[in-house]
Design a protein around this ligand. Structure first.
Ligand code: NAD
Length: 337
């Protein structure tokens, strides 16, 4: 927090629609008098000793500010270019990915009362990047699970449930098949559950969870779901589908020191630069960020204005069936503040 009473937050505008949706966040925060000063940073990769990294200035900024808001970053497919998203997660040890999905009044989906929270282990599992060719035509990919990473993400999930008033934590796993790796995750979940006697704990197989959550999501509303990396990646997009898709879902990547909040969607190259993007997901990510910073009043004020604008439905973007441009939607949110 600076002498002007404002908190400096690193801002990665990102690629494609990133700058457009970031502009909406900046305009709305300004109009809401949110005590946030943006520090724009560029994370275009640099090569240090032949290894891809993010620029030292960007690392310094996030380290100094503890909190960053991030637009989508485009990842070229199969060019030997490591995903910058992964690089950021590794650089700042962002061990938990928090993905809430809450039905939005005014945007009709087959389900009305979705309120799920999914926490994904964000640093290892199937995303450890340990892959090699054994012999021609045979490739091995290693799923790495460590006690340390399980403990910290599980403890975070129980603490989160307690903090937001969800009475239950459920571990989602495939320990029937991956007896050692998921078995370890599940065993540690049972251990950590003992530290939180006020939070109920149970577990469910991943396939069963997928079937049941799309059949009827409401029994999941009182639970925080926690799971290894790949399962969380897939199941969280499925939950996003329950409330209307990627234009609406926020996320937070939480580390021991720094945290980065970002929309779940990508850079949407098909609509970039046309003023068609829906900034809601990045906006809701910025609300999670304000809550993380303890700025609850500002979070509530901006969130209510967003929900009011969406429920009213006259000034919404094309992905939600409306005709508004990105900045027209942002202006409507500002009017509703
Ligand atoms: P995408 O999420 O960018 O787009 C999928 C579809 O959803 C497109 O039709 C797009 O127009 C639409 N869409 C996405 N966000 C929207 C928004 N805010 N408003 C309206 N419509 C929206 O997924 P993709 O096309 O598979 O990926 C494009 C690029 O983004 C790739 O390079 C990918 O690697 C990257 N990506 C980045 C992140 C991230 O930074 N966290 C996440 C996913 C994908």
């Amino acid at each position: 927090k600076g002498s002007d009473g404002k908190y400096t937050v690193s801002l990665i505008e990102g690629d494609g629609i990133g700058p457009e949706i970031s502009q909406s966040v900046k305009d709305i925060f300004h109009a809401a008098n949110a005590p946030v000063k943006w520090e724009p940073i560029d994370v275009s990769p640099v090569f240090i000793d032949g290894k891809q990294s993010i620029p030292p200035d960007a690392i310094d900024s996030i380290t100094r500010n503890f909190v960053a808001l991030k637009g989508p970053l485009a990842t070229p497919v199969g060019k030997g270019h490591v995903s910058l998203n992964l690089t950021l997660r590794r650089t700042f040890n962002l061990f938990a990915n928090v993905r809430p999905c809450k039905s939005i009044q005014g945007y009709k989906t087959p389900y009305d009362n979705v309120d799920t929270v999914l926490i994904r282990e964000n640093t290892e599992g199937e995303y450890s990047g340990i892959e090699h060719v054994v012999v021609d035509g045979v490739v091995q990919s290693i799923k790495l699970i460590t006690r340390d990473a399980c403990e910290r993400v599980l403890r975070f999930a129980f603490q989160y449930a307690q903090d937001v008033g969800k009475p239950k934590v459920r571990a989602v796993h495939k320990a029937t098949i991956m007896k050692m790796s998921d078995g370890l995750f599940l065993r540690i979940a049972q251990e950590i559950a003992k530290e939180y006697p006020n939070v109920e704990f149970d577990s469910e197989l991943l396939d069963n969870a997928c079937l049941r959550v799309v059949s009827d999501p409401t029994p999941y509303n009182d639970k925080v779901l926690v799971m290894p990396n790949l399962y969380g990646d897939i199941l969280s997009d499925m939950c996003a589908g329950l409330i209307g898709g990627l234009g609406l879902t926020p996320s937070g990547n939480i580390g021991d020191k720094c945290s980065i909040f970002e929309a779940v969607h990508g850079s949407a190259p098909d609509i970039a630069g046309k003023g068609l993007a829906n900034p809601t997901a990045l906006l809701l990510s910025s609300i999670m960020m304000l809550q993380h910073m303890g700025l609850y009043e500002h979070a509530e004020k901006i969130q209510s204005a967003i929900f009011k604008t969406l429920a009213d439905g006259t000034t919404i973007t094309g992905d939600l069936g409306g005709k508004a441009k990105t900045h027209e939607y942002a202006d409507a949110v500002i009017k509703n503040l």
